[in-house]
Ligand binder design. Structure first.
Ligand code: ZN
Length: 603
C-alpha cells in the first residue's frame, strides 16, 4: 500500500470567506510534482474552473521554500525536491450552491472538488483529512456532517477522516455548523438527516417519510444497499431549490416554506417537491453514481466529459423520483397524475424539442443545457423534463408489449446487476439492448419508440399508451401565465389573449414589461418583437407587470393590437395579432380505475 496523502482544511477567516488548506506528500514526484484541481464537479455538467478561487499557493520541503509554477489554468508544477513536500494555499469560498464551497460566520461548507488539489500520479493513494474548526466565537457549537469515514475523529466531530483515494476524497461534501441532526434506519442502513440554516421543520415527520422512500429504493434495486451509511445534508434558505448526488450522501438546498411544520398533516405542494428532490438524489446512489456512462469511468475532471446518456441518468431518475412517492403511499394516484401532467405541459411548451433530441441534449449539456440563454426554449430540450417523459413512455410500452410481465423496473434492476455492481460503464446502446433482451428479442415497436423519443425530435403519441392503462390525457388551452397544467379548466375561467412570450418586470421598476423569451412562431415573434425588448404601451395605454394581463384581456376579440417597445433606447412600434394561446396544457382523467395499477405498481 502506498503512503497516505495527508490533507488538512481549516475555516481560517470566515469573514473573508477563506479556507486554509494544506497537503503533505511523503514521496513527491522526483521530476517535479504536478498538482491540479478539477474544472467541474460530477453531477453538474459545466466547466466551473474551481482553481480560480485558489489563492497564494506555496510549497515547502524540510523547512526550505520550493518554487511552484502554474502551467495551465488548473495545474501547478513544483520544482523537483526530495520530500516530504508540504503544499499550502487558501480557497475563496463564497458560492451559495451545492456545487462549490461557502464559508461565513454561520457555517462552513465544501465539496472536495473546490478545495483539494489532486497529487498527480498518486490519485490512487489513500487520503487522510484533518478537519479543523474555525477560531471565531460563533463557531463554538459547530459540528461536522459528512459521509467520509472517521479515522480518529468522533462521529460529527472535528479531527481526522479517511478516504480510499482521491476520487473518494472529493465525493463527500462536508457541512460544518450548529445543524439539526436526526437519524433513521432503512433496510439496516443508518441514515442521517442534517438540516442547516434557520428552519421550523417537523424533522420527525420528514425522517418517517424519508425512511419509506429509502427502504423502497433499497428493496427496488435489491439488498444489500450499496452504502453502509447515508447522509442527507440540507440547507434551508428563503427561496431556493437544488441538489447534487454523491456516492453516500447528497447536498440539498430547499425553501423554508417547503418543509412541513409541527402539527401540519396534509402534504403540501412544497413538501411534495422536497420529498421528490430527496427521492431523486437518493435514486442516483445507484443510477449515475454506480451505474455510470462509460465515459465517466474514470471521471476526466480536466475537461468536458460528453455522454449521450444523461436522458437515462437524469430522465429515468426524474421519472422514478415522484413515482416512488406514489408507490410508498406518500402521494395518491390522483396527485401523482397531476405531477405527470404538469411535466408533460412543460414539454409541450418547449418548441426546442423539435430542434434537439434528448440524446443530443445529453451530449451538449456542457454548452447548451447548462448555459441557457433567452433562446433556450426554442433551441434545446431538457433531458430532465422530456427525459422523464421518455422513461415513462418506455415503462408503459414495455408493460404493454409484455402484457404486464416486463417493465422499466426490470431494466433498472438489470442495469444494477450488470453495470452498477461491477462498475462496468454503460455504452450508448446498452439500455436499448437490455430492453430488447427483456422482451425476448428485437422489437419493432420499441425500436420505433427509441428512434422517435430518444434519438428523434417528433412527438410520440403518448395518449394512446395512457389509454391502455385506463388514463385519458387531455390537452387544453392555457388560461393565464400562472396556469401550469394538471387540472381541467376552471368553470369560470376566461382565456387570455396570447403574446407568445414570457415577461418580467423591468429591472429598475419602471413602467413597462421586459420580454424574457420569445416563443418561436408565436405572435410576438411573427411581428418582430425580441427578447429583452421593453414593452411600454399596448393599444396606446401605458402598462406595467401588474396591469399587463388586465390590458390584454380588454383586447379579446380584436384583430390586432399596437405595441410600443424600446429596444435599447430606440422606440419601436409593432402590430401584434390577437389570438388565443395554443393547446399546450395537459390534465388526466382516470377512465378505468382497474387498469391504472398496471402502470403505477411495481412488477
Ligand atoms: Zn439528478
Amino acid at each position: 500500500m502506498s503512503m497516505a496523502i495527508h490533507y488538512s482544511i481549516y475555516p481560517q477567516d470566515p469573514y473573508a470567506h477563506l479556507f486554509a488548506v494544506s497537503i503533505n506528500i511523503d514521496k513527491p514526484d522526483a521530476s517535479g510534482q504536478l498538482l491540479r484541481l478539477p474544472t467541474w464537479i460530477p453531477g453538474s455538467y459545466m466547466i466551473r474552473d474551481f482553481a480560480r478561487n485558489v489563492i497564494k499557493l506555496s510549497a515547502r520541503s524540510n523547512d526550505a521554500d520550493i518554487q511552484v509554477k502554474k502551467i495551465d489554468k488548473s495545474t501547478w508544477k513544483v520544482e523537483p525536491c526530495e520530500g516530504p513536500l508540504c503544499i499550502e494555499y487558501q480557497v475563496y469560498a463564497w458560492d451559495l450552491s451545492v456545487r462549490a464551497a461557502h464559508l461565513d460566520q454561520t457555517h462552513a461548507y465544501f465539496n472536495g472538488t473546490s478545495v483539494f488539489l489532486e497529487v498527480v500520479g498518486q490519485a490512487e493513494s489513500p487520503c487522510l483529512l484533518d478537519i479543523k474548526n474555525a477560531s471565531i466565537a460563533e463557531a463554538g457549537s459547530w459540528k461536522v456532517a459528512t459521509s467520509l469515514v472517521e479515522e480518529s475523529a468522533a462521529r460529527y466531530g472535528f479531527g481526522t477522516y479517511s478516504a480510499e483515494n482521491y476520487d473518494d476524497l472529493i465525493d463527500h461534501p462536508v457541512e460544518i455548523c450548529d445543524f439539526t441532526l436526526a437519524h433513521f434506519e432503512a433496510a439496516g442502513v443508518q441514515h442521517d438527516f442534517v438540516l442547516a440554516g434557520k428552519h421550523y421543520a417537523d424533522v420527525e415527520r420528514i425522517c418517517r417519510d424519508l425512511k419509506k422512500i429509502c427502504e423502497y429504493q433499497i428493496n427496488f434495486f435489491g439488498k444489500p444497499a450499496p452504502v453502509s451509511r447515508y447522509v442527507f445534508i440540507t440547507w434551508v434558505v428563503g427561496d431556493g431549490y437544488g441538489g447534487l448526488e454523491h456516492r453516500a450522501s447528497t447536498s440539498l438546498i430547499c425553501s423554508r416554506a417547503d418543509l412541513p411544520i409541527q402539527g401540519e398533516e396534509k402534504i403540501s405542494d412544497g413538501y411534495k417537491t422536497f420529498l421528490g428532490l430527496c427521492s431523486h438524489e437518493y435514486f442516483h446512489t445507484w443510477n449515475v453514481k454506480r451505474i455510470k456512462p462509460d465515459s465517466f469511468l474514470p471521471y476526466q475532471l480536466d475537461k468536458e466529459s460528453h455522454t449521450p446518456l444523461l436522458w437515462a441518468f437524469e430522465g429515468i431518475t426524474s421519472y422514478y423520483d415522484d413515482l416512488i412517492l406514489n408507490r410508498c403511499g406518500l402521494i395518491s394516484d390522483e396527485e401523482y397524475l397531476q405531477l405527470v401532467a404538469k411535466n408533460l405541459t412543460r414539454v409541450l411548451r418547449n418548441p426546442g424539442r423539435f430542434n434537439q433530441s434528448i440524446s443530443e441534449s445529453s451530449f451538449d449539456a456542457w454548452t447548451k443545457f447548462y448555459k441557457q440563454d433567452e433562446n433556450a426554449i426554442n433551441g434545446i430540450v431538457s433531458y430532465y423534463t422530456k427525459g422523464s417523459v421518455a422513461a415513462m413512455g418506455l415503462d408503459l410500452l414495455m408493460r404493454d408489449i409484455s402484457s404486464g410481465a416486463v417493465s422499466l423496473d426490470h431494466v433498472m434492476q438489470r442495469l444494477w446487476q450488470n453495470h452498477g455492481k461491477t462498475l462496468t460503464g454503460v455504452a450508448e446502446f446498452d439500455i436499448q439492448n437490455i430492453c430488447f433482451e427483456l422482451l425476448g428479442g428485437k422489437n419493432d415497436e420499441l425500436q420505433d419508440y427509441f428512434s422517435t423519443m430518444i434519438y428523434g425530435t417528433a412527438d410520440y403519441p403518448l395518449e394512446q399508451l395512457f389509454e391502455k392503462f385506463g388514463v385519458q390525457m387531455s390537452v387544453r388551452i392555457r388560461e393565464n401565465a400562472q396556469d401550469t397544467g394538471g387540472a381541467a379548466s376552471k368553470p369560470d375561467s376566461s382565456i387570455l389573449p396570447w403574446l407568445g412570450a414570457t415577461i418580467a418586470a423591468t429591472n429598475n421598476g419602471e413602467s413597462g414589461v421586459k420580454l424574457v423569451n420569445v416563443i418561436a412562431n408565436g405572435p410576438a415573434h411573427r411581428c418582430g418583437l425580441s427578447a429583452n425588448d421593453v414593452i411600454i404601451a399596448i393599444d396606446g395605454l401605458k402598462i406595467s407587470k401588474d396591469t399587463f394581463e388586465r390590458q390584454l384581456r380588454l383586447l379579446k376579440g380584436k384583430q390586432c393590437m399596437i405595441v410600443h417597445a424600446f429596444r435599447d433606447d430606440v422606440l419601436m412600434q409593432f402590430e401584434v395579432s390577437v389570438e388565443n394561446p395554443p393547446a399546450d396544457t395537459v390534465f388526466f382523467t382516470v377512465a378505468d380505475d382497474s387498469k391504472i395499477a398496471g402502470w403505477l405498481s411495481a412488477l
